[in-house]
Design a protein around this ligand. Structure first.
Ligand code: 48F
Length: 262
C-alpha cells in the first residue's frame, strides 16, 4: 500500500535537510551551465562543501541545446581528457575538432559531480550578494517562480567562503557589484567590459585567462569571464567552458587549502 502523505513527507524532509546543510558553504556557484557544473565537479572531488544554484528547471545552460538546437557540441583537443574522464563519448571529426552529444555531456558531467557530493538546487535565482568589509561573503536567493510572478517576497541568505559567478553571458553577479558597489571590479575600467562578437579561436583562449577573482571573494568562470573582461563569444564550442570551470576550482581549492578566505 502506498501512502501519499509518506511520499510528501519524504520529499520535504529530505529537501529541508539538504537545504539547511547548505546555509554555510565553502563555495556557492551561481549557474549550472558547463562552467559552473565543471567547477562544481572539481571542487566536490576535492571534498569541498559546494552547491550550485540554478535559476531554471533544467541544468546544462547553453550546452544542453548544442548549436541552434542541433544537440551536438564541439570541443578541442585540450579538453578531450575531461570528457574522457567523465565517461562521455567523444568522436574525432577532423584534426583538432572533437564531437560529443550535448545531452550526454551535460548528464555525464552532472551525474559524476553529484555522485562526488555536489548539490544542485534548481529553480532558485540569486538576486543579490552579501558584503562584509568590501568582500563578498555569500549570496541572496529566492525561488525563480517568485521572481517570475513579480511577488513581493523577501529572500534568504547563504553564507559562502567564496562565490563563483558562472551565470554566462549576463554575468549577473559582476553586474550587481558594479551597480550596487561601484566600478571596483578587477578589470581595466573597473566595470563590466561587455562581451565582443563571435570569434571562437580568441574566445576560447581568453576565457581561461579571464577566469579569476574579480572582487574580493567573487570569482568569474565560463562565458561570464569573457563578458566581464571584454572577450569574444565563441558559440557551440565548449572546451573553454570546461577548462574555465576546472581553473576556477583549482584557484579556489588552493586558496581554501591555505585556510585563506579573507
Ligand atoms: O549560459 P551558461 O551555459 O554559461 P556557461 O557555463 O557556458 C556558456 C555556454 O553555454 C554558451 C557559450 C559557449 O560558447 O557561450 O553560452 O558560461 O549557463 C549559465 C547558467 O546560469 C543560470 C542560467 O539559467 C544558466 O543555466 N543563471 C543565470 N543567472 C542566474 C542563474 C542567477 N541570477 N541565479 C541562478 N542562476
Amino acid at each position: 500500500m502506498l501512502d501519499d502523505l509518506v511520499i510528501s513527507e519524504a520529499i520535504v524532509k529530505s529537501f529541508m535537510e539538504d537545504f539547511i546543510d547548505s546555509i554555510r558553504l565553502d563555495v556557492a556557484i551561481v549557474g549550472a551551465g558547463p562552467a559552473g557544473l565543471m567547477a562544481g565537479y572539481c571542487l566536490a572531488k576535492k571534498g569541498r562543501k559546494v552547491v550550485i544554484f540554478e535559476r531554471k528547471l533544467s541544468i546544462g545552460g547553453g550546452m544542453w541545446g548544442g548549436g541552434m538546437m542541433f544537440n551536438k557540441i564541439v570541443i578541442q583537443k585540450e579538453s578531450k581528457r575531461i570528457l574522457d574522464e567523465l565517461g562521455v563519448k567523444v568522436k574525432e571529426y577532423k584534426e583538432g575538432y572533437y564531437l560529443a552529444n550535448s545531452i550526454e555531456a551535460v548528464t555525464g558531467l552532472t551525474f559524476q559531480a553529484v555522485k562526488r557530493g555536489l548539490k544542485i538546487f534548481n529553480l532558485i535565482s540569486v538576486e543579490d550578494v552579501m558584503l562584509r568589509k568590501e568582500r563578498v561573503t555569500g549570496i541572496v536567493i529566492n525561488w525563480s517562480s517568485v521572481q517570475l510572478a513579480n511577488l513581493h517576497v523577501d529572500p534568504l541568505s547563504i553564507g559562502s567562503r567564496v562565490v563563483v559567478d558562472a551565470t554566462g553571458h549576463s554575468c549577473e553577479l559582476a553586474r550587481l557589484i558594479e551597480k550596487k558597489v561601484g566600478s571596483y571590479l578587477k578589470t581595466e575600467s573597473g566595470g563590466v567590459m561587455g562581451e565582443k562578437p563571435m570569434w571562437a579561436e580568441v574566445g576560447e583562449k581568453t576565457i581561461v585567462d579571464n577566469t579569476k577573482e574579480i572582487y574580493a571573494g567573487l570569482y568569474v568562470a565560463g562565458m561570464a569571464a569573457n563578458a566581464v573582461f571584454g572577450g569574444p563569444r565563441m558559440g557551440p564550442i565548449f572546451g573553454g567552458m570546461l577548462l574555465s570551470g576546472e581553473k576556477v576550482a583549482r584557484m579556489i581549492s588552493e586558496r581554501l587549502e591555505k585556510g585563506d578566505s579573507d
